[in-house]
Design a protein around this ligand. Structure first.
Ligand code: SF4
Length: 359
């Protein structure tokens, strides 16, 4: 292994690192929070969320005491809501069972909800300066190009190989600085379209020397994408003179668990004719008897995830009187002026904004 790589990376980092707030601290709470927020999220987007969380919950005790709705609302727009769920569970364990102290051992950290290899390595190396390599997407890219590693990065064998290379590069260097240097280098220089002409590692880089930058990193193709179709019924009424909407909390184990949305029909095949769905109307007979009027079906709203594409249609239903009590669907009647206190998926938020129901 080229012994010059690590000193060059450290020097580059010293001169080029971005002044990100979590880098100013060795507080494991702040490092943990930033790492959870930054998973699957760009730094620019994650930064605003991090600042909002830190100003609302400056320590783990305050996060542990927060209500689920409040945390989900603050998380809204980041997606992958099981992260928010694990965030709360982990904060509660650290605050209530561990006296607010994050463990400093890799294996103990990994027992906490939402903390996997990557986050545990980040906490022990950045907060406690222990020599654990941190391997994220940026690190995969840099190392695969530097050392011509063509083992797919999304396999356990690939993860082992890259972790071992990073471990060797890290040896005898400050673990916190080295790990951040390698990740930052991947984020700013050895990007998907790398800035090779100004790269200080040109001489040591296999991909550059062989004009193969675009061939690394190698990924094993993902499984076939799934599709889901949702037809939302937007029941609305004037309640005490204020527009109000019927919402329900999603309790099913899926990507939107604990978020709020409207009563809906969901299926894995497209709706051949949206009007067919009217046959699935909740409270169909009651609505017919109470002269509810039905608005126009919305345009199609699309939410694309790595493995799943969701297409949604919304239909407004204007009611003249409140729906009958419904224990099965647990509908809540929410006034428009407080609707934005309820966490909703990005797709529902887009519809509500388009309709000028929330701003
Ligand atoms: S020379 Fe290009 S491909 Fe090689 S490490 Fe530098 S930026 Fe990445």
């Amino acid at each position: 292994m080229n012994s010059e790589i690590s000193p060059i990376l450290l020097q580059w980092y010293n001169q080029n690192k971005r002044p990100l707030p979590w880098r100013l601290s060795r507080d494991p709470y702040k490092i943990w929070l930033s790492e959870i927020i930054l998973q699957q999220t760009r730094v620019q987007q994650g930064l605003a969320y991090y600042q909002r969380f830190i100003s609302r919950y400056p320590d783990v005790f305050q996060l542990a005491a927060a209500s689920e709705n409040e945390v989900y609302k603050l998380w809204q727009g980041l997606g992958y809501y099981n992260r928010a769920n694990n965030l709360m569970k982990c904060a509660q364990i650290v605050a209530n069972d561990l006296h607010g102290i994050f463990p400093d051992e890799f294996s103990t950290l990994k027992k906490l909800p939402g903390i996997g290899d990557y986050t545990a390595a980040a906490i022990v190396s950045l907060a406690f300066k222990k020599p654990h390599p941190v391997v994220d997407g940026n690190v995969f890219r840099v190392l695969s190009r530097l050392f011509c590693v063509d083992t797919p990065i999304n396999t356990s064998r690939g993860k082992k190989i890259f972790t071992e290379i990073a471990r060797q590069l890290l040896a005898n260097h400050p673990p916190d600085l080295f790990n951040q240097a390698l990740m930052e280098f991947g984020a700013l220089v050895c990007t998907p379209r790398p800035l090779c002409e100004t790269c200080p590692l040109q001489q040591a880089c296999y991909a550059y020397q062989n004009h193969q930058q675009n061939q690394f990193p190698v990924k094993r193709p993902k499984s076939i994408r799934g599709k889901r179709y949702i037809f939302y019924f937007v029941f609305q009424i004037h309640d005490q003179g204020i527009p109000a909407f019927y919402l329900k909390k999603r309790t099913r184990q899926d990507i939107w668990k604990n978020l709020y949305d409207f009563p809906a029909v969901e299926q894995s095949t497209p709706f051949s004719d949206p009007m067919d769905v009217l046959g699935h109307f909740p409270h169909q007979e009651w609505i017919a008897m109470h002269n509810a009027s039905i608005g126009k079906v919305s345009k199609t709203y699309v939410h694309q995830l790595t493995h799943l594409k969701i297409e949604a249609l919304f239909i407004p239903v204007f009611l003249n009187s409140k729906l009958p009590p419904d224990t099965k669907n647990s509908l809540l009647l929410i006034h428009q002026n407080i609707l934005n206190k309820y966490p909703v998926s990005r797709l529902v938020a887009k519809y509500l904004t388009d309709q000028k129901i929330i701003h």
